[in-house]
Ligand binder design. Structure first.
Ligand code: ADP
Length: 273
C-alpha cells in the first residue's frame, strides 16, 4: 500500500486539501483505489461542536460522523463514501489513549505522547487505509504549529516503518508576488526548513500562487528545498476548484507521483483515464 502525506507551510487556507484531493482524483482516474484521511490537530473530538462561521461547514458522513469540511472535498473529488474513522483528531486520539490508561491497558507504564499517542495516530491511519491502493493523508494546520508536532513525528516514524518507494511527502506552500511582480520563494524556503527540523524532507513541492510558477521560480525552489525541478508544481488561482485536478495533471503531477511510488506500470494508459 502507498501513502501520500500532505503538509502545508506558510499559512492555512492555502489549498492543501484541494491539492491533496486533486492528487487522489488523478490516481483514481489512473485505476487505483484511493482513499483519504484528514488529520486535524485540534482538541475537539469532532467538528460537530465547532462554530461553522469560524471553521466552515460541518460535514456529515453516512455513518453520522460530524467531520471537517475537507472530508466533503475528498468524497466529492474521489467519488467515495468515507466514515468518521477517516478524520483523525487530537481529541479522538487522546480520549482513546486516556480511556485505555484508566482501564489499566498500559500495565503501569508511563503514558506519553511518544510512543502512545504517535502509535495511536499510526494505527488509525493504517486502519483507514485498509483495502485500498493509495491513502492520502492531509495534516491540517501549518508546519511549525505546536499542535501538529505529534502528527509530524508519527508520520516520520510511519515512513521509517514502511518500505522506501511506498511513501511520498508533498508540501504545499504559498508563493507570493513582490511589488515589482516577482514570484518570491523565501516563504517556501522557510517552511521547508521548518518541516526539515521535524525530520521530514518533502519529495514534492506545490506552490500556491495567483499564477503558474515560472521556470526560474521552480528552479530556485528545487535548489533551496533539495528536490528535483520536476518535483515542483504550480497550483494557481482558478475560478472553479474542480479545475485543479486538470491543471495539476497538465504539469504532470500524477505521472510524477506514480513514477515515485512505482505505480506507473499498473496505471491505466493515459487515453483510458
Ligand atoms: P487548506 O487545506 O490549506 O486549509 P483548502 O484546500 O481547504 O485549504 O482551501 C482553502 C480555500 O481555498 C477553499 O475555499 C478552496 O476552495 C480555495 N482554493 C483552493 N485551491 C484553490 C485554487 N487553486 N484556486 C482558487 N481557490 C482555491
Amino acid at each position: 500500500r502507498k501513502f501520500i502525506f500532505v503538509t502545508g507551510g506558510v499559512m492555512s487556507g492555502l489549498g492543501k486539501g484541494i491539492t491533496a484531493a486533486s492528487t487522489g482524483r488523478l490516481l483514481s482516474n489512473a485505476g487505483f483505489d484511493v482513499t483519504a484521511v484528514k488529520v486535524d490537530p485540534y482538541l475537539n473530538v469532532d467538528a460537530g461542536t465547532m462554530n461553522p462561521y469560524q471553521h466552515g461547514e460541518v460535514y456529515v458522513l453516512k455513518d453520522g460522523g460530524e467531520v471537517d469540511l475537507d472530508l466533503g472535498n475528498y468524497e466529492r473529488f474521489l467519488g467515495t463514501d468515507m466514515t468518521s474513522d477517516h478524520n483523525v483528531t487530537t481529541g479522538k486520539t487522546y480520549q482513546h489513549v486516556i480511556q485505555k490508561e484508566r482501564s489499566g491497558d498500559y500495565l503501569g507504564k508511563t503514558v506519553q505522547i511518544i510512543p502512545h499517542i504517535t502509535d495511536d495516530i499510526k494505527r488509525r491511519i493504517r486502519e483507514a487505509a485498509e483495502g485500498t491502493d493509495v491513502c492520502i493523508v492531509e495534516v491540517g494546520g501549518t508546519v511549525g504549529d505546536i499542535e501538529g508536532m505529534p502528527y509530524l513525528e508519527a508520520l516520520r516514524q510511519f515512513a521509517h516503518e514502511e518500505d522506501d518507494g511506498d511513501i511520498l511527502f508533498t508540501h504545499v506552500t504559498l508563493v507570493p508576488y513582490s511589488k515589482n511582480g516577482e514570484q518570491k520563494t523565501k516563504p517556501t524556503q522557510h517552511s521547508v526548513k521548518e518541516l526539515r527540523s521535524t525530520g521530514l524532507q518533502p519529495d514534492i513541492l506545490v506552490g500556491r500562487s495567483s499564477d503558474k510558477l515560472d521556470s526560474e521560480t521552480k528552479e530556485k525552489i528545487a535548489l533551496f528545498c533539495d528536490v528535483p525541478t520536476d518535483a515542483v508544481f504550480s497550483n494557481p488561482d482558478v475560478e472553479d476548484i474542480y479545475h485543479v485536478p486538470l491543471m495539476v495533471e497538465e504539469e504532470g503531477l500524477d505521472e510524477y507521483v506514480m513514477e515515485r511510488l512505482n505505480l506507473a506500470d499498473e496505471a491505466l494508459p493515459a487515453d483510458e483515464r
